[in-house]
Write a protein that binds this ligand. Structure first.
Ligand code: ADP
Ligand code: MG
Length: 327
């Protein structure tokens, strides 16, 4: 299984940011309300995610790090299926095959926490009793220490941390009900209290996208035809400091969609000729039956049932808001 896990890992564990994404999604799946992410050396030396979620019962600890799909990996078609579906029970096992992984958890309602330590070579120590509050900590050290071919593809500490920060930023923007802290080499990077009041949300967006963006942002809040759009778009006077300040969420899921991008670009172009790179953080909410968010999970594509309606709604809402800034 070590080799099979490494093959699976090669497909999905590309860099520290991909490890962070898997661990954070696990914490959110576990219902965490507070997540702390500690990173050293861009995440290559250390990536530690601690949450206050439901935890893992002692009996399930070994199962959590074993690869459920291993026995199904009998031919290339199966391998491809694992790759296209993403992990599906493979994340921790895959990560543990290319790094030293420690898992500590106390399940809700249990008195004792348990820990498990992998050596990155397929060997495991535990489960044994450890001290840990309710919730889970996953610690990943020395990513790719045993796969030098992979390690070679890692970029500088700064670049790797930048990718990781992007992952945390997206999750931070999509889940303002969860407190999130991120530190790098002992220095705090994000410290985001939870809360859905406007002032808390604004502070979070300012922390994640920069105060300059917030200072120049127009607040958008508009509903109609069963659709709701809310968030912020930058005024024309804003010049981006971050390369990727285009965040769009559909029912809480991050999306990169041509129809959405087109509608926003058109609205900008129509009102402010010359503005080529709109900056925004926008949440679209609609009846889940009217959108397929699983169209392309890896590419973050969605398929709207009523494309014209969504396009026009986005275009009109933004056009109106932007046009006012010109008046
Ligand atoms: P998947 O998330 O696809 O089930 P993973 O390998 O990411 O697969 O995780 C395996 C299992 O370990 C999860 O199904 C879950 O039961 C458990 N688990 C992992 N991380 C956490 C966490 N932070 N809190 C609670 N349970 C977790
Ligand atoms: Mg997972």
């Amino acid at each position: 299984p070590q080799l099979v896990n490494q093959i699976a890992a090669g497909e999905v564990v590309e860099r520290p940011a991909s490890v962070a994404k898997e661990l954070l999604e696990n914490s959110l799946d576990a219902g965490a309300k507070r997540i702390t992410i500690e990173v050293e050396q861009g995440g290559v030396k250390l990536l530690r995610v601690r949450d206050d979620g439901g935890g893992i019962p002692a009996d399930d600890l070994s199962l959590a790090v074993s690869s459920h799909a291993t026995s199904k990996l009998q031919d290339v078609a199966d391998l491809e299926r694992v790759v296209t579906l993403g992990f599906r029970g493979e994340a921790l096992a895959s990560i543990a095959s290319v790094a030293r992984l420690k898992l500590k958890s106390r399940a809700s309602g249990e008195e004792q926490a348990w820990g498990l330590e992998g050596d990155g070579q397929g060997g495991w120590d535990g489960p044994q009793p450890v001290a840990h509050p309710a919730g889970t900590t996953v610690e990943v050290r020395d990513l790719f220490f045993n796969t030098p071919g992979r390690r070679k593809f890692l970029r500088t500490e700064r670049t790797e941390f930048g990718h990781l920060e992007t992952v945390v930023r997206r999750i931070g923007l999509s889940r303002d009900d969860v407190e999130i802290r991120l530190s790098h080499n002992g220095r705090p990077v994000f410290n985001l209290p939870a809360g859905q009041d406007q002032s808390v949300r604004e502070r979070r967006v300012a922390a994640l996208c920069g105060q300059a963006f917030m200072d120049e942002a127009l607040h958008i809040e508009h509903s109609g035809a069963g659709l709701r759009l809310n968030g912020w778009v930058a005024r024309p006077s804003f010049s981006r400091s971050q390369p990727d300040l285009q965040h769009f969420f559909v029912n809480g899921r991050m999306v990169r969609d041509r129809l959405v991008a087109h509608a926003i670009r058109q609205a900008y172009r129509d009102v402010l000729y010359g503005q080529r790179h709109p900056a925004y953080v926008l949440h679209l909410t609609l009846d889940p039956a009217l959108v397929d968010v699983n169209a392309h999970p890896q590419k973050h594509e969605v398929r709207f049932r009523e494309q014209r309606l969504v396009h026009d709604f986005l275009f009109r809402t933004l056009h109106e808001a932007l046009a006012e800034t010109r008046a």
